[in-house]
Design a protein around this ligand. Sequence first.
Ligand SMILES: Cc1cc2nc3c(=O)[nH]c(=O)nc-3n(C[C@H](O)[C@H](O)[C@H](O)COP(=O)(O)OP(=O)(O)OC[C@H]3O[C@@H](n4cnc5c(N)ncnc54)[C@H](O)[C@@H]3O)c2cc1C
Length: 350
Amino acid sequence: MATDNLPIQTQIPLAPKTTIGIGGPARYYLEATTEEMVTAGIQWAAKKNLPFFLLGGGSNLLLADEGFPGLVIALCMRGRKETHTGDHVILDIAAGEDWDDLVAFTVARNLAGIECLSGIPGKAGAAPIQNIGAYGQEIADTLVDVRVLDLTSMETQVLTRRACRFGYRDSLFKQEGKGRYVVLSLRLQLTPDGKPTIRYPDLERRLGPDASLAEVRETVLAVRRGKSMVADPTDPNARSCGSFFTNPILDASAYAAFKARLPQFGLSEHPNYPGGPGKTKLSAAWLIERSGFGKGLVYKGVGLSQKHCLALINRGQGTATEALELVARIQKGVMERFGVQLEPEPVILK
Ligand SMILES: Cc1cc2nc3c(=O)[nH]c(=O)nc-3n(C[C@H](O)[C@H](O)[C@H](O)COP(=O)(O)OP(=O)(O)OC[C@H]3O[C@@H](n4cnc5c(N)ncnc54)[C@H](O)[C@@H]3O)c2cc1C
């Protein structure tokens, strides 16, 4: 596709395109509805010696107040294809499909595999980037492969689930492959009339063992709404990027050091989960709250959700600078008290 014919816009405000509502304008902005437009957009930026940035649904992003000085390419390619193979259905999904519409579609078709991932905002193409997960499922459980544009060769290739190196909120795309790939589409393997996954305490408490996929979806959505963890422009506690920090995973010696600090604060019991061989996962929310950063905390134009101290919210006129100040304070507070480094989950463009 000729780069001259691209419908590139200028000075487009980015804040409304993010769930937290923060960020200055994109100097140039392209809504790419086809894969050819994505490639042409990247070539256009290269010709002009400008950086480019890939935008999905803007739900895991903290953009700079100054905006983005190059080309923002919004990935809007749509399409779903269904293939039946033996006991499974393979869904081939374009990157620009809305994630939760996709989950609703699979549940309506009685296809098991992603029902617990109901209510996660964003687009399908971003789902493998941080291996989205919630309520006992993650996309790595059902993902077959991802078709990508490799920016080093400008050719498309298919990366198997194994090649994606999924971990907890982690993948190749956040590690050695960072900045190298555009996810164009992905394939999921789902089970027709399969049993839903009910292994998360919040779901086990509310559902019987024979619950349907639709009941699981409704329950997940209800639990998420209760915590303001669905994208809802009318809910001030949902003006966020979701959880702002990942749950830290400590090796045995760091965990022992953490536990040794607890008695001086009158603490002993603490939530902890297996974090892989020899490792322990802690609750970031617990650490934050016990370090004095409670639900509803206000800091200038930003703050913490009244429902969930892991969600950093924009209280209306908040800025990225203020958000990053609060992030730094929380990280420092948790480090000083517990000796644990909290890592942000969203992508931060400074
Ligand atoms: C209220 C709320 C609740 C949330 N709950 C959860 C949850 O339960 N579990 C969870 O895992 N996450 C959760 N999130 C985080 C977020 O929804 C997910 O990470 C989601 O997958 C981000 O998708 P997006 O399209 O909005 O990506 P964006 O925010 O637009 O982009 C995120 C990053 O991915 C890159 N990217 C986007 N699309 C592509 C692509 N096609 N190819 C290459 N790179 C790409 C972007 O450049 C950026 O670096 C929540 C967020 C909010 C606001």
